[in-house]
Design a binder for this molecule. Sequence first.
Ligand code: TGC
Ligand code: FAD
Length: 406
Amino acid sequence: MPYFPNPEEQLHRSAKQDLFQGTDFYAIDDLLTEEHILIRNTVRDWVKRDVSPIIEDACQRNIFPRHIIKGMADVGAFGPQLPAEYGCGGLDYISYGLIMQEIERGDSGMRSTASVQGSLVMYPIYKFGSEEQRNKYLPKLASGEYMGCFGLTEPDHGSNPAGMVTNFKDMGDHYLLNGAKMWISNAPFADVAVVWAKDENGIVRGLIVERGMEGFSTPETHNKWSLRASATGELVFDNVKVPKENLLPNVQGLKGPLTCLNSARYGISWGVIGAAMDCYESAVRYSKEREQFGRPIGGFQLQQKKLAEMLTEITKAQLLCWRLGVLMNEGKATPAQISLAKRNNVDMALNIAREARQIHGGMGITGEYSMMRHMANLESVITYEGTHDIHLLILGMEITGENAFA
Ligand code: TGC
Ligand code: FAD
């Protein structure tokens, strides 16, 4: 993937007008503040201007459009929910959700870049890092000067991260890190990696690994059919000497990475509503324009059923997210509540992408429309940050008290 250097002019800018309006059947805007709406509209305008025209070409050609990082930082997509004193947004969780929604409306891969940076790299440094680490990394990550990635998954440990084998030894004046991580978003270009590894007592700890450290490499993962505008790779640690000051001091155990996932999974719950709305609105327009048997296909009951069910599911997902956002703001949201929203909303968006694709007939499989791209992207989204099955089991444990993982 030619993600770097990636001059903007390499990408074809489509002249097709982006007609997205935003779906709001239950006047959910009335539940938002003026600031929320301003933030959402700012990101929506940016996506229309800078993402929509290039995203189809970037995906088709498997290019991460690196030039948009600055714009993403300028609209406040990196760590919007973290304190302003570190150069972050100082916003609430509903603002964060709305930002993710608008970016994923453009493309799930773009939202991935923002989610990883904000929830999986900046958040752990803020929550579990020392004051020195916060001051060193957060302002640069917020501005996009540094990009980060999050290494939890390993080749043999995906759903079960507790089994990880990546480890580090205390060598007196530094740590020696060995192992490998797989399926890591942003890895091929990241400046810093938040890496979860076991210490000599088998306790999971977080380390900040920087590009350029000897023995650290980030080979890219090729031939993806999904998230083609997002760069994915491995993190390989071959006797990497990590300075002691790069250990995150304030967390031990698997709850460290899982706490970060709560924030990222929450963002995904909102993000996928964006992808679903994009597919739904496109299907509504097409159903009014496309005529068969002498009338618009939107006049046929079968197509109306599809559209009515899409609108119903989007509206339910929006209400779910809004309420979850309030609970997040109050510090009351539980991991199981977040699992329910991530699981429900991703599945909802994937179903809508499939149905909307059908409404577009043969045209639906082309890059003229966004559904096929959203559909392929959402196959990753339903797998990462905990698979659809894993979130069901988390809910099952919450309901019954029985742990199906053990
Ligand atoms: P278990 O024994 O249940 O828990 C271990 C410790 O963690 C605590 N805990 C949590 N803490 C905070 N938030 C949560 N959601 C938590 N869930 C559990 C728990 O209380 C315990 O704490 P302590 O103090 O007692 O030690 O753990 P388990 O080994 O049985 O596993 C549980 C399971 C399967 C639910 C969990 O491991 C899991 O969620 N697996 C899915 C893995 C996953 O989501 N990986 C994501 C990788 S990152 C990624 O995909 C990024 S994609 C980004 C993008 O591109 O957008
Ligand atoms: P497995 O865990 O092997 O699961 C395979 C199947 O078995 C799934 O259907 C699963 O639901 C099922 N299964 C597993 N255990 C059980 C069980 N106990 N009961 C019932 N069914 C079960 N990881 C990171 O750390 N950082 C990243 O930035 C990151 N980015 C990613 C980007 C992409 C594009 C993708 C595809 C993945 C990314 N991941 C990342 C990894 C992702 O989190 C894992 O793929 C995911 O957690 C699933 O792990 P796995 O692929 O090993 O599947």
